[in-house]
Design a protein around this ligand. Structure first.
Ligand code: ZN
Length: 160
């Protein structure tokens, strides 16, 4: 589908995406495990304000998008593809089973959690993130680049 058409649908898509993401965050917070000491230290270094609220949930397969309009838009911006290894939804982070507890992946997702905190929650995060993915593209979107850079700095400091 044409990106212009999806951008025009954003006012309808953002509430759908927010509803989906909030439900998944609730599930992760309910079923997930807290960060380890090492992961908590990484979260603090990345600027996460409430690392104690974060939960990680191991999923054998990716969560699905039931809504067709949402699924079409996600495919157009390469959101949630078979290459997705993890995803941060507020303080909930799901990690694909074959990448479970991979420190660099979790650091990247924690960098997104910091963005959720800074922007004020799931709805403002998705509004900005999806807008950037639609206009600039993934992974060039500034918020994606910021998360990549933050996790990269953390990793470089750790190895230095
Ligand atoms: Zn990312």
């Amino acid at each position: 589908m044409n990106r212009g058409i999806i951008i025009a649908q954003l006012p309808k898509l953002i509430p759908l995406a927010t509803h989906w993401a909030e439900a998944l965050e609730r599930r992760i917070l309910r079923e997930g495990v807290p960060l380890s000491g090492e992961e908590t230290a990484d979260a603090r270094a990345l600027g996460v304000r409430a690392p104690e609220r974060v939960r990680l949930l191991c999923l054998a397969s990716l969560p699905t998008l039931d809504d067709l309009a949402l699924r079409t838009a996600a495919a157009a911006v390469q959101f949630l593809t078979p290459a997705t290894r993890g995803l941060a939804l507020g303080h909930g982070i799901f990690v694909r089973a074959d990448c479970w507890r991979e420190r660099e992946l979790i650091a990247h997702e924690l960098a997104h959690t910091e963005q959720y905190e800074r922007l004020g929650g799931i709805e403002p995060f998705l509004r900005r993130y999806l807008g950037e993915c639609l206009t600039i593209g993934y992974p060039a979107a500034p918020m994606e680049q910021e998360a990549i850079a933050a996790a990269g700095r953390l990793n470089a400091n750790r190895l230095a």
